[in-house]
Design a protein around this ligand. Structure first.
Ligand code: HEC
Ligand code: HEC
Ligand code: HEC
Length: 415
């Protein structure tokens, strides 16, 4: 009898040990899934500053309403989110409220994260519990009055924000729905690629038709960028195939373009690290976006066109060819400018930036790498850059609004 009980106890012990091992494994699974979602959501690009501890925050965000800083989201219980409950974390992701119930600024893209599933948010929570604590405290925000008042965000939210979850479309494939979930939810592509209204809310009717993004660059200057039209418009990604898009998101290079500027971080920290099937799903969804033409044309006099063409031939034609069709495969001197979304973007900032600063390629060398495009900051004056930009925006079948010397000057200033 005694021996029997001991044996039973032994079995019970083994059973319990087995169960707790299962829990540990389940938790480990959640942590790994959460780590992957943190990559898809690129939490690191916004919450890790150069040289800082991972996820310790302190990165400045420049908005039309002032500067704010990302917070410490390590497991530190005082300055991080180590003491937050799952409910508090979920509320931040879904409703944009901090642990005290205060409104958070939408520079934290909860307008997209709200679409994530409960399971995915719980997995993220499990991962952030494992992020080593850092006691770094982010600098105080410098928002202009009255935008420094967080209470006012309740008005903003009532006007522009609806908490919710992603709803799959029954008439679309599983791949399309997976892509839609990633692009609209965790990957928040619209945060940069959708135009915003005067109060900084994404214009949902024009989603993905092109937006503006401010970034701090080496040396400390704040630079304006246009994030291109991702819809199937002729000024957007009409010329791109799903494969072109997969290649670009996976490696930063493709038949149509190479990434530069703020898009580099998206590719390096996020899309290049995602499963090939997820990247393809995102590309399938993006290629299904109905075209939203952004419009704008520039009409040049014969003399202006001639001057632009001459400058283009001297400075650009060797790589992009006089036809704008890009160099032949194998040579890989430069991608096509005909149909380029950067060239035709409603806001010409990125086109001007690539002429002034070059393509500043920082991607690790992939199998097929374009050569670097050199900066022409010193070689060309503002009028000349504008003349080239206008020529490129009105040639090769391209369409885009006029670029002035003042537009170029604005991209040079360092403030
Ligand atoms: C586009 C930049 C950006 C991305 C991407 C981003 N965040 Fe943030 N996040 C911010 C900013 C800026 C704040 C500060 C907002 C404020 O002060 O109102 C913030 C605040 C937060 C807060 C509130 C913390 C507190 O102490 O109040 C949490 C939690 C958070 N982020 C988690 C995440 C997680 C998890 C991810 C990835 C899934 C993520 N963030 C991705 C910019 C970002
Ligand atoms: C932080 C802002 C930001 C985010 C987030 C962002 N992008 Fe971009 N994207 C840009 C900017 C700026 C450009 C223009 C510079 C360039 O072409 O590299 C760009 C360019 C692109 C281009 C290349 C267009 C061309 O003709 O060269 C594609 C494609 C693209 N983004 C897709 C995406 C997708 C998909 C996502 C979501 C996973 C995304 N972007 C998220 C800022 C962003
Ligand atoms: C030495 C070859 C070379 C020269 C000269 C050159 N480019 Fe480029 N250009 C490139 C390469 C390579 C890329 C791809 C950049 C990358 O991989 O990030 C590029 C990209 C671009 C893009 C972005 C296309 C897109 O849709 O993403 C534009 C616009 C552009 N170049 C315009 C110009 C203009 C205008 C000139 C002349 C002022 C010029 N380039 C001169 C090689 C060149």
């Amino acid at each position: 009898m005694i021996r029997y009980r001991a044996a039973a106890r032994g079995v019970a012990f083994l059973f319990l040990a087995f169960c707790s091992l299962q829990t540990v494994q389940a938790d480990q699974g959640a942590v790994e899934r959460g780590r992957y979602l943190a990559t898809a959501a690129n939490c690191a690009s916004c919450h890790t500053k150069p040289g800082g501890a991972p996820y310790a925050g302190g990165l400045p965000f420049y908005t039309d309403f002032g500067t704010l800083h990302s917070t410490n989201i390590t497991s530190d219980p005082k300055v991080g989110i180590g003491a937050w409950s799952l409910a508090q974390f979920t509320r931040a992701m879904r409703e944009g409220l901090d642990d005290q119930g205060q409104h958070l600024y939408p520079a934290f893209p909860y307008t997209a994260f709200t679409k994530m599933s409960d399971g995915d948010i719980a997995d993220l929570y499990a991962f952030f519990k494992t992020v080593p604590a850092s006691s770094f405290q982010a600098p105080v925000n410098e928002m202009k009055f009255p935008f420094d008042r967080r209470e006012l965000l309740s008005v903003w939210k009532r006007m522009f924000f609806e908490p919710g979850r992603f709803v799959a479309k029954a008439d679309r494939s599983a791949e399309w729905n997976r892509g839609a979930y990633l692009v609209e939810g965790p990957a928040h592509c619209g945060a940069c690629h959708s135009p915003r209204n005067l109060l900084g809310a994404e214009k949902t009717a024009d989603a993905y038709a092109g937006g503006v993004h401010y970034d701090k660059v080496q040396g400390g200057a704040v630079r304006r960028w246009s994030a291109v039209n991702l819809t199937a418009a002729s000024g957007g990604l009409k010329a791109w195939s799903v494969d072109d898009l997969v290649g670009y998101l996976k490696t930063g290079h493709g038949n149509r373009a190479g990434s530069f500027g703020p898009m580099n971080e998206v590719v390096i920290n996020s899309t290049s690290r995602l499963a090939a099937s997820d990247v393809r799903a995102m590309a399938v969804y993006i290629k299904s976006l109905a075209p939203i033409e952004s419009g704008g044309t520039v009409s040049l006099s014969g003399r202006e066109r001639g001057a632009g063409e001459t400058l283009y031939t001297i400075h650009c034609g060797t790589c992009h060819l006089p036809t704008g069709l890009g160099s032949t495969p194998g040579q890989d001197l430069g991608p096509p400018l005909a149909g380029s979304a950067v060239a035709q973007a409603p806001d010409p900032s990125s086109l001007i930036n690539i002429i002034l600063y070059g393509s500043q390629v920082v991607m690790p060398t992939p199998a097929k790498a374009w050569k670097n495009m050199k900066p022409l900051y010193d070689a060309l004056d503002d009028e000349q850059v504008a003349a080239i930009a206008n020529y490129v925006r009105s040639s090769f079948g391209n369409r885009g609004g006029a670029v002035s010397a003042d537009d170029v000057e604005r991209q040079r200033s360092d403030d």
